[in-house]
Design a protein around this ligand. Structure first.
Ligand code: FAD
Length: 308
């Protein structure tokens, strides 16, 4: 219930204004966000990669209906890629893109604009030796995102995509993408979805996640297991053994600031672990989804407000 309310609030302008104005919220936000600018992103990348992790960087922002803003987001990624290359950090880094921040929802030629912006980022990333993965947003964007993915992969075959186990369609999407060269990040799904398209019960989402894992780990692509759930991690490890996948044939991914001890444990056992690092000042939507996933985070926020 609280999770659903928080997901609804993540799209409310009124709640956004109240939450983002509070200086105390910003303190809590820092637990999940690397910092406000690209220098913070580069510093965090340096720290994490020197500790043996790979990273994927998300320049925060989504749902833009403004062409100039979409182009500014593209340029922010181009700057990031250039800085990472200059610092010698590109080979352990990836860019995570939200196509809605690239203009996907603009009326008329939004999809073409998002594809063009993503193309420019993929070209710069390839040049620098970095990979790119497309985040997946709410269910209305899945067909468009997979269409743009197919276009991008013609020139940049390593571009990956996130698939959300909560959606009924995802097992079929996993089968389509479990092919040589494809990179799929499997997540449970962070958006409020109607039961016409998604499993409403968490236990069903977990079962679907395990089935999708079976398809991806048994397939020919490169699975990216993005979950903090110890059960999903164990299932992935068992499937890797069953299908003869070595440590370099798949990777685990977790969000910056969430279960850092589990991140460290997996890394020290020899697994590839990539940390998803969000940065930038447009953190509201991302932050609210993290609160919705774990009501205890709301308690953490409220305690900070009270003890201020
Ligand atoms: P859960 O069952 O939700 O959580 C398992 C355990 O992890 C919890 O018991 C708790 O201990 C811990 N945990 C989980 N979330 C939190 C939190 N917010 N705060 C503190 N502890 C927590 N979703 C999308 O829809 N599209 C994407 O493109 C996308 N990309 C992602 C990339 C990465 C690398 C990761 C890790 C997640 C991504 N997500 C994305 C979010 C994902 O869909 C889930 O909402 C999120 O990962 C929580 O699910 P879980 O698998 O960790 O399992």
């Amino acid at each position: 219930m609280l999770g659903t309310a928080l997901l609804a609030a993540s799209r409310s302008r009124r709640v956004r204004a109240a939450v983002t104005k509070s200086p105390v919220t910003r303190k809590v936000v820092r637990r999940f966000i690397a910092g406000d600018d690209v220098n913070a992103a580069v510093d965090t990348t340096r720290r994490l990669t020197s500790g043996g992790f790979a990273v994927t960087l998300d320049h925060l922002g989504e749902d833009t209906l403004d062409r100039a803003q979409a182009e500014a987001t593209r340029d922010a990624y181009l700057t990031l890629i250039e800085l990472l290359a200059d610092e010698g950090l590109a080979s352990r880094s990836e860019a995570s893109l939200k196509l809605s921040a690239m203009g996907q929802a603009l009326p008329g030629d939004g999809e073409a604009l998002a594809a063009e912006n993503a193309h420019a980022i993929c070209a710069a990333a390839s040049e620098a030796g970095m990979t790119v993965t497309l985040d997946m947003e709410d269910h209305t964007t899945v067909d468009s995102t997979l269409g743009i993915l197919a276009e991008l992969r013609k020139d940049h075959p390593s571009v990956g995509v996130a698939l959300q186990a909560m959606l009924y369609r995802t097992e079929a999407d996993c089968r389509d993408l479990a092919t040589t060269g494809s990179r799929v990040r499997l997540v449970k799904g962070a958006y409020a979805e109607p039961k016409s398209v998604a499993h409403p019960a968490k236990s069903d989402v977990d079962r679907a996640y395990a089935r999708c894992l079976g398809i991806l780990m048994g397939g020919l692509g490169y699975p990216m297991i993005a979950s903090h759930d110890p059960r999903m991690i164990s299932i992935a490890q068992a499937l890797a053994t069953q299908h003869g996948k070595g440590q370099d044939d798949f990777e685990f991914q977790m969000l910056y600031g969430i279960r850092p001890s589990a991140q460290e444990q997996l890394r020290s056992q020899g697994s590839r672990v990539r940390i998803y690092v969000p940065y930038g000042d447009d953190w509201y939507g991302y932050f609210m989804r993290r609160l919705a996933e774990r009501p205890a985070n709301v308690g953490f926020l409220l305690r900070s407000l009270v003890t201020k």
